[in-house]
Design a protein around this ligand. Structure first.
Ligand code: MN
Ligand code: MN
Length: 470
């Protein structure tokens, strides 16, 4: 075989994995930077699911979206949203075609792993005041000590009002911290496994050290801290009972790398896909053929249960309401719909190469990662999209010039994970997983590549603009 024949045959028959920078048109670099600057601002504005939902609604209203009122007539081009208890947002741009022909859905989640306060959190020990925490989602506990933390959330009072709490996010605010053992006294701790070295009950937030009152009194530091909280928020210790306060890393989204090609931040999982889906919906210039639906879900990190999670009937109710306005049974809409379950995947990390299977790992800068299945072991817990569904995604992404890659989370026996995909698929909606590859996923500070963020946005837009599902 001649050399040129071999080359031609190779190019024609074998797949060539190319870095996204070798495929991205030069003209798109500026657009990528602009997009990523807005994404960083979105991250800083929404470090909890409540704050993220509020920011999403603010952006949606600026783009002409209005709260949907049940029973209102809808026509092509209409922009509506529903806030599910301020913690999850459902948005729709009504398409030209009937909902009987299905809708194009993107579903991402806006909750991230964090430390919630216990319902009775405040105590004093060793003349120091603390909050007890209960971690939310899959965290590696050792990563959450000795880093600056801030506190967000609400204290809901008996009179029906709610007080917004924000400690540490504003310029000049104090921060909170969880201490760790000094190495000098760490001999026993060093012998423990990473999972055991920091027990959950030691994740206690340091709040204060300055006592008030006379020296003979007890609980003086605790009282001093409670007084500060009362002065600022008007709350008493009993109000913690009906509060949702979340400790999150006190760090802003920032460029990473000398080349500024990456973004480091808390909560990329899954606000990186949530923002891509939301921005893509808001940026749709023309009325789409099919109704475009964007779901920003809560509770994914703890299994998507609960009234604001993807398993909640809140989604069905929203779609039923939209369908009723067109006299379409929701089941007819579901079976003709397509959903991109937009959630992050693990990026190949050369530092920990032994848990990845290089040929099927998502690589930084190779674009949005499609995952035919997630799950653990023998695909347990996965919806496992069929071949036709993956082909559909190939077609719409290639048609729109989206840089994408196909990926698995890691080695077959290394572990696993799930997304909301299974809950959409269980509704009889054709569903495929796709999302941004992340380094150090679930860490207080995660890293993604700007190119992958931007390509995910392009991918979401392509899904909304796609006309036909098979
Ligand atoms: Mn996720
Ligand atoms: Mn996650």
């Amino acid at each position: 075989m001649e050399k040129h024949e071999f080359k031609e045959l190779k190019e024609r028959l074998l797949s060539a994995r190319k870095n996204g920078y070798d495929r991205l048109p030069d003209g798109e670099l500026a657009a990528m930077e602009t997009y990523c600057a807005a994404y960083k601002a979105f991250l800083d504005a929404g470090k909890t699911e409540r704050l993220c939902a509020a920011e999403a609604i603010r952006l949606a209203e600026a783009a002409g979206y209005r709260p949907y009122i049940r029973g209102t007539a809808l026509s092509a081009g209409d922009k509506v949203y529903v806030s599910n208890r301020g913690k999850s947002v459902l948005l729709a741009r009504i398409g030209k075609r009937s909902l009987a022909e299905g809708c194009q859905i993107t579903a991402a989640h806006i909750d991230s792993p964090r430390l919630d306060l216990k319902p009775n959190p405040l105590y004093e020990d060793g003349e120091l005041a603390y909050f007890k925490t209960h971690y939310y989602g899959g965290i590696r506990k050792y990563q959450w000590v000795t880093i600056p933390l801030e506190l967000h959330g609400v204290a809901a009072l008996r009179d029906g009002t709610a007080v917004q709490v924000n400690i540490g996010a504003d310029e000049g605010d104090p921060r909170l911290v969880i201490t760790d053992l000094l190495p000098h006294l760490g001999a026993e701790q060093n012998k423990k496994t990473l999972g055991e070295a920091i027990p959950g009950e030691t994740l206690n937030l340091l709040l204060g050290s300055q006592p008030i009152g006379d020296a003979e009194e007890s609980g003086r530091v605790k009282l001093a801290v409670m007084k500060l909280l009362h002065d600022k928020y008007g709350i008493t210790e009993d109000d913690f009972t009906s509060a949702e306060l979340e400790a999150v890393p006190a760090v802003k989204a920032t460029d990473i790398g000398l080349d500024r090609s990456m973004i480091g931040a808390y909560g990329h999982d899954d606000r990186v896909c949530a923002y891509a889906a939301l921005r893509a919906l808001l940026d749709l210039e023309e009325t789409p053929e099919k109704t475009a639906v964007c779901v920003l879900a809560d509770k994914e990190e703890i299994g998507s249960d609960g009234v604001t999670g993807m398993q909640s009937a809140a989604f069905d109710t929203f779609l039923e309401d939209l369908c009723e306005s067109q006299n379409v049974p929701v089941r007819v809409c579901y079976e003709a719909s397509f959903c991109l379950s937009a959630d992050v995947t693990a990026a190949y990390d050369p530092n920990f190469s032994d848990v990845y299977e290089k040929r099927n790992a998502a690589w930084l800068n190779h674009g949005i990662g499609l995952c035919k299945y997630t799950g653990a072991r023998g695909k347990s817990g996965a919806s496992d999209a069929d071949a036709e569904t993956v082909a559909y995604a190939r077609r719409i992404f290639d048609g729109a010039g989206v840089i994408w890659q196909i990926a698995e989370l890691g080695k077959v026996d290394a572990g696993g994970g799930g997304t909301v995909a299974v809950y959409m698929a269980n509704r009889n909606i054709t569903t495929l997983d796709a999302g941004v590859p992340v380094l150090a996923m679930h860490a207080p500070f995660e890293t993604v590549a700007k190119l992958d963020c931007y390509e995910t946005y392009k991918g979401m837009k392509a899904v909304f603009q796609a006309e036909n599902w098979i």
